[in-house]
Design a protein around this ligand. Structure first.
Ligand SMILES: [Zn+2]
Length: 116
């Protein structure tokens, strides 16, 4: 029986974990999950399913992966390297267009705005 090893992964995370499991000779099945995305109808997240017998072997790998995932990457200002940055609450229309697909951040130290 297939059981979920990890859920609500981004595509990049799913690929990373899939490869890590494969290195440990555990074959995982990648499926989408979560609410459907527009316009394709697949889930917007990915999950990895593994055979129930492989679960004990996969446990340590998945636990290590989850720990890494939970560690929030600190976003640093590209100019002054300050970690004190935050998303700009209300970007203007041209900023939203220019930075589409990214989030505009502002550094509290030097005021530099940058996309991340
Ligand atoms: Zn700065």
């Amino acid at each position: 029986m297939l059981i979920p090893a990890a859920q609500y992964l981004t595509y990049a995370e799913a690929v990373t974990l899939y490869n890590e499991l494969l290195n440990a000779e555990i074959t995982a099945l990648v499926k989408t999950c979560g609410p459907p995305s527009f316009p394709f109808g697949d889930g917007i997240w990915y999950q990895l399913l593994i055979e129930e017998e492989a679960a004990p072997a996969a446990h340590d790998l998945v636990a290590a992966f989850e720990a890494r995932r939970a560690t929030v990457a600190v976003l640093r200002c590209p100019r002054c390297q300050s970690p004190d940055t935050a998303p700009v609450p209300r970007p203007t229309l041209w900023q939203r267009l220019y930075y589409a697909g990214t989030t505009l951040h502002q550094c509290a130290g030097c005021g530099r705005r940058f996309a991340a």
